[in-house]
Write a protein that binds this ligand. Structure first.
Ligand code: GLN
Length: 444
């Protein structure tokens, strides 16, 4: 049924970069046979899933949305992909994304735009716009995403779906193409909070192959989602994320949801996080710095596009000139500059200090509240092309999501109804302390 749905929706949506119909049907048939034989199966056995094209899939192309990796077929599975296979979930295919996960609209993909199923002239958000659009178009029930600055949560908000960025280290990054290693986190995407929690439990857990993986069990997210109890819970509204640039329809839905929480027994308090106003500036130094280092491996020698030149150095530069798109080059240049000798302390060092201040703001806020909340994004989905030529406008819209990545904390976005002025989905975001991912689901 999902493969039929993909065939019907893909011409208009373009959520997928690669399909594996044969593999998906084979897994489904195995599950059917096992079920008929009375075998005990994991909870999501037979439920299809899409995987963002940033995670390596053995035998299936993995490009990270970049011409640099066009046609590359990994010889191994990312740990999360292995977990999905062990859960007996048929993998439908790989979903579109901004190149190397840099962007908020999926327009930076080297393989064309993905369209928002709610309005085909709008962006589905990014960088994981392909997965979110697939969920909203009902061409996948679940998806694996990655969130370095909001790439799971913001597309969820733009498409009326659910997405969770787990606590940093809660889900293995092994075999997932790196963007900024201290910020990257893999997580679940779904259409309901409970579906997302079920996938969260499949993906989470310690992995010795990832040195930043936490050696702790997955918080009880499914139980929390099922219980959904907020009695006596202190919900902190982050005042600093309700300022300038917030669309009125998004603000209205957010305020209504606070009323729902109050009616359900939660206590609503207000908190201040004054350093958040520097979060975008710090993030857009730390991310390019780490990305410029991670992307150094695309040297035309080991893998990727190769354009031969007169020397090794010329081959390398010609290949990188051809393989990388404009946004990736912009960030490599920014990052290399921020890390260069003489500028390191002024830029990168300074940004790291801001990062500490943001973590302290969270600590102080969590003394007054058990969870913190904000709109997931300041606006509903913008039009394709609207922000494409203005990188700064695109970056500024990340203000609501990047504090979680800078502090390593978990965050969840869920649908918050439609904004009155454009009838498009808005998102409600919940933040919790590290390793308290279950609270997100209880509130969600
Ligand atoms: N919009 C953010 C960026 O462009 C999102 C990155 C991400 O989460 N992968 O960096």
């Amino acid at each position: 049924a999902y493969l039929d749905r993909i065939e019907a929706t893909e011409p208009a949506i373009h959520a997928y970069l690669a399909l594996d119909a044969e593999g998906a049907l084979a897994t489904a048939a195995e599950v059917d046979a096992a079920r008929a034989a009375g075998e005990e199966l994991p909870p999501l056995a037979g439920v299809p899933i899409a995987v963002k094209d940033v995670a390596c899939t053995r035998g299936l192309t993995t490009t990270a949305g970049s011409a640099m990796l066009a046609g590359w077929v990994p010889p191994y599975d990312a740990t999360v992909v292995g977990k999905v296979r062990a859960a007996r979930m048929p993998i439908l295919g790989k979903t579109n994304m901004d190149e190397f996960a840099m962007g908020s609209s999926t327009e930076h993909s080297a393989f064309g735009d993905t369209r928002n199923p709610w309005d085909l002239d709008r962006a589905p958000g990014g960088s994981g716009g392909g997965s979110a659009a697939a969920l909203a178009a009902f061409s996948a029930p679940l998806a694996v995403g990655s969130d370095t600055g909001g790439s799971i949560r913001q597309p969820a908000a733009f498409t009326g779906t659910v997405g969770c960025k787990p606590t940093y280290g809660g889900v293995s990054r092994y075999g997932v193409i790196a963007l900024a290693s201290s910020l990257d986190q893999i997580g679940p995407c779904g259409r309901s909070v409970l579906d997302t929690a079920l996938l969260h439990e499949v993906l989470a857990g310690h992995d010795p192959l990832d040195s930043t993986s936490l050696d702790a069990p997955c918080p009880p997210v499914v139980d929390a989602a099922r219980r959904g109890d907020v009695t006596g819970l202190r919900v902190g509204v982050i005042r600093d994320l309700l300022g300038e640039g917030l669309q009125s329809g998004v603000a209205a839905r957010f305020t209504e949801s606070l009323e729902h929480l109050r009616a359900a027994g939660a206590e609503i308090v207000e908190v201040d996080c004054p350093s958040f106003r520097h979060a975008v500036a710090a993030y857009y130094l730390i991310l390019p710095a780490e990305a410029s280092s991670n992307l150094a491996r695309y040297d035309a020698m080991r893998y990727g596009v190769r354009v031969d030149g007169a020397s090794a150095e010329k081959t390398m530069s010609a290949s990188r000139a051809e393989g990388f798109g404009a946004e990736v080059k912009r960030r490599i240049i920014l990052g290399t500059y921020a890390l260069s000798s003489g500028y390191y302390d002024a830029w990168y060092g300074q940004a790291q200090k801001v990062r500490t201040l943001i973590a302290r703001d969270f600590e102080a806020a969590f003394e007054k509240a058990d969870v913190l909340v904000s709109p997931t994004a300041p606006t509903t989905a913008f039009r394709l092309g609207e922000k494409n030529d203005d990188p700064l406008a695109m970056y500024l819209a990340d203000i609501t999501t990047i504090p979680a990545n800078l502090a390593g904390l978990p965050g969840l976005s869920l649908p918050d109804g439609l904004a009155d002025e454009d009838g498009l989905p808005s998102g409600f975001q919940i933040y919790a302390p590290a390793m308290a991912d279950d609270r997100l689901y209880a509130v969600g």
